[in-house]
Design a protein around this ligand. Structure first.
Ligand SMILES: NC(=O)c1ccc[n+]([C@@H]2O[C@H](COP(=O)([O-])OP(=O)(O)OC[C@H]3O[C@@H](n4cnc5c(N)ncnc54)[C@H](OP(=O)(O)O)[C@@H]3O)[C@@H](O)[C@H]2O)c1
Length: 496
C-alpha cells in the first residue's frame, strides 16, 4: 500500500494508553490517516485530553468507538477486556456488523477474542503483538489473523503497523515467544544500555555522555546485525583483536573465543583506491594519513617512516591514529619530528560501516581548526562524532569500540531465547536485532531515563517484569559493568 495515500477507513481505539499512542503516531506521521479519522475511548475522559488536542474524537463509551469505526483496536490491559467489551454492548449507538477488531492484548488468544466478540455480527479479528519502539518508528510487530479475517484486512493492518517499523505474520503458536523477545525485549535492552552506561561512569565518563555513547553503540551494533547479514558471532569476532581490549571485556561477560579479521588489499583496489606495500609512499601521497595498524606494530611502522624521511622528508601531514591504547604523547614523540605535521587520536567503532558509528577524537598539539573541521566532516558521514578529553578515551572505547561485541553477544542470547521458545533462528535474530535497535533509538530520541522506559514496558505482575527478574538474577548488570571496566583497564595496560 502506498503510504502517501490516506486510508478511507475510520479507526477506533478502545483504550488510549501508551501502546495506542505509539501505534497512532506512526500511522499519522506517515500520512496514512489524520487524527480526525480516529475515535478513542477510556473510562477517564481527562486522560484522553492529549488525543482531543490532536484532533481525535474522544469518549468514555466503548460502544461509540465501535459504532463509528471500521477498524477497532483493543488496547486495554488484558484483565480489563471483559469489562471493556461489556461496555461496548451497553453503549452501542446502533446495531453494527462486519467490524474488524485488532487486539494488542498480550496473552489473549484469537479463540478467546472471537468468543467474546461473537455477538457482534460478522466481526473479524486480528491478533497483534506490538512493541514500544514503534514510538520512534523502529517497532517490531507480529500478527496472526483470526478465522474470518480477509486478505484485505491483513493488508490493511500490515500497512498500518508497518508505518512504525517492521511487521510480520506468524502462526499464533509463536506469538508468546515473539512477545518475549520483541515485547519484553526493549526492557531487557534498557537494562543493558544502563549497565553499559554505568560501566562508563565507573571509568570516569559523565553520565549523559556515557548514556549517549552506550545507546548509539547498541543502535549501531543492532543495525550491523540487520544490514550486514552476518552471524552475530562473526560480527563479535571482528571486533575482538587477539589479546585486545574487547576480548578482555567479552571474557568478563563470559568465556569466549576470538578470530582475527584479515582484509586483503585487493578489496581496496577493486573499490578504486591506490594500493601499495610502501608506507612512505602513502605518507607522501596523502594530506591526511590514517594510522590503522595493530598497536604492537606501530613503532616498527613509524621508525621505518622516520628512516625513509631522511632521504625524502615527510612534511605538513595530518596523522589520524585509530590505535587503541596509544597516547597522543607517544604518537607525537615520533610524528612531530616530521616538519609541520599534526596528530589527532580517534576512537572509531565498526557500526560506522552501516552509518551508525560512535566516534570520539582528541586533537594533539598544533592541530588547526581546519584539521578539526576536516576530520569531523570525514567521520560524521559514518555516524555521530564528538571531541572528548584524552583521559576519557579508554573508557569511551570500552563502550563504543568494544561495546558492539557485547551487544552482538546480547542479540545472540536474545535470539537463542526465542529459538528456545520455538522461533526459527533467522526470524528470532531479526526480531532480536530490530528490538535492540528500536530500544536504543527510544533512549536516544525520547531523552527519557532508561529506567523510566523499562518501567513503562513492565506491567504489574506481567511477562516483562518476570523476564527482568530472570536477567537480574543472572547478574547481567554487574557482568556488563565488569565488561566495560575490563576493556578500559586492558586499554590502559596495552598503553604501558
Ligand atoms: N506496553 C507494551 O510494551 C506492550 C507490548 C505489547 C502489548 N501490549 C499490550 O497493550 C495493551 C495496552 O497496554 P498499554 O501499555 O498501552 O497500557 P496503558 O498505558 O495502561 O493504557 C491502558 C488504556 O486502557 C484504558 N482502559 C482501562 N479500562 C478500560 C475500559 N474498561 N474500557 C476502555 N478503556 C479502558 C485506560 O484508560 P484510563 O487511563 O482512563 O484508565 C488506558 O487508556 C495491553 O493489553 C498490553 O498487553 C503492551
Amino acid at each position: 500500500m502506498d503510504t502517501k495515500t490516506k486510508i478511507k477507513e475510520t479507526i477506533g481505539f478502545i483504550g488510549g494508553g501508551n501502546m495506542a499512542k505509539a501505534i497512532c503516531e506512526g500511522i499519522v506521521r506517515k500520512g496514512l490517516m489524520d487524527y480526525s479519522q480516529l475515535y478513542v475511548s477510556a473510562p477517564h475522559i481527562e486522560h484522553l485530553q492529549e488525543w482531543n488536542n490532536l484532533g481525535a474524537h474522544i469518549t468514555t463509551e466503548n460502544g461509540m468507538v465501535v459504532t463509528e469505526s471500521d477498524v477497532i483496536f483493543l488496547a486495554v490491559k488484558p484483565h480489563v477486556l471483559p469489562e471493556a467489551v461489556a461496555n461496548v454492548y451497553e453503549t452501542l449507538r446502533k446495531p453494527v456488523k462486519g467490524k474488524l477488531f485488532v487486539s494488542i492484548l498480550a496473552g489473549v488468544t484469537l479463540e478467546a477474542l472471537e468468543n467474546c466478540l461473537a455477538t457482534l455480527e460478522g466481526s473479524r479479528v486480528i491478533r497483534v503483538m506490538p512493541n514500544t519502539p514503534m514510538m520512534v518508528g523502529e517497532g517490531c510487530t507480529v500478527f496472526c489473523p483470526g478465522q474470518r479475517a480477509s486478505d484485505a484486512d491483513i493488508a490493511l493492518v500490515k500497512a498500518l503497523l508497518e508505518t512504525s517499523g517492521v511487521c510480520q505474520q506468524v502462526p499464533e503458536s509463536l506469538i508468546n515467544a515473539v512477545g518475549a523477545v520483541a515485547g519484553s525485549g526493549p526492557a531487557f535492552v534498557y537494562l543493558i544500555i544502563e549497565a553499559l552506561s554505568d560501566g562508563g561512569v565507573k571509568m570516569g565518563i559523565p553520565r549523559a555522555m556515557a548514556t549517549h555513547f552506550a545507546a548509539q553503540t547498541v543502535l549501531g551494533a543492532a543495525k550491523m546485525v540487520l544490514e550486514s547479514g552476518k552471524h552475530t558471532g562473526t560480527l563479535k569476532d571482528e571486533v575482538c583483536s587477539p589479546g585486545g581490549t574487547t576480548i578482555t571485556g567479552i571474557h568478563a561477560l563470559e568465556k569466549g573465543g576470538v578470530s582475527p579479521y584479515i582484509k586483503n588489499l585487493n578489496v581496496w583496489k577493486e573499490l578504486g583506491a591506490h594500493i601499495t606495500t610502501d608506507n612512505s609512499e602513502v605518507a607522501h601521497q596523502s594530506d591526511v594519513v590514517f594510522l590503522a595498524v595493530k598497536p604492537h606494530i606501530l613503532n616498527g611502522v613509524l621508525d621505518k617512516l622516520i628512516h625513509d624521511a631522511k632521504t625524502k622528508p615527510i612534511v605538513n601531514k595530518l596523522f589520524v591514529s585509530i590505535l587503541a591504547g596509544i597516547t597522543l604523547k607517544e604518537l607525537e614523540e615520533k610524528i612531530l619530528g616530521f616538519e609541520g605535521s599534526r596528530v589527532i587520536r580517534v576512537m572509531p567503532n565498526t557500526p560506522m560501516l552501516v552509518g551508525e558509528g560512535c566516534t570520539v577524537y582528541c586533537p594533539g598539539q598544533n592541530v588547526t581548526e581546519e584539521d578539526l573541521n576536516l576530520i569531523e566532516t570525514i567521520l560524521e558521514v559514518t555516524g555521530m562524532c564528538q571531541l572528548i578529553p584524552e583521559k576519557m578515551i579508554n573508557a569511551v572505547g570500552a563502550i563504543a569500540s568494544s561495546g558492539p561485541a557485547f551487544v552482538y553477544l546480547f542479540i545472540e542470547a536474545l535470539s537463542d531465547g526465542g529459538v528456545r521458545m520455538g522461533l526459527h533462528r533467522d526470524m528470532s535474530t531479526k526480531i532480536a536485532a530490530q528490538t535492540v535497535m528500536g530500544a536504543a533509538k527510544m533512549v536516544m530520541e525520547t531523552n527519557r531515563h532508561m529506567g523510566t522506559l523499562k518501567d513503562e514496558v513492565c506491567s504489574a505482575g506481567g511477562t516483562t517484569i518476570a523476564g527482568i527478574h530472570a536477567l537480574e538474577n543472572g547478574g547481567v548488570r554487574g557482568a556488563v559493568m565488569n565488561a566495560v571496566q575490563a576493556a578500559a583497564k586492558r586499554a590502559e595496560e596495552l598503553a604501558k
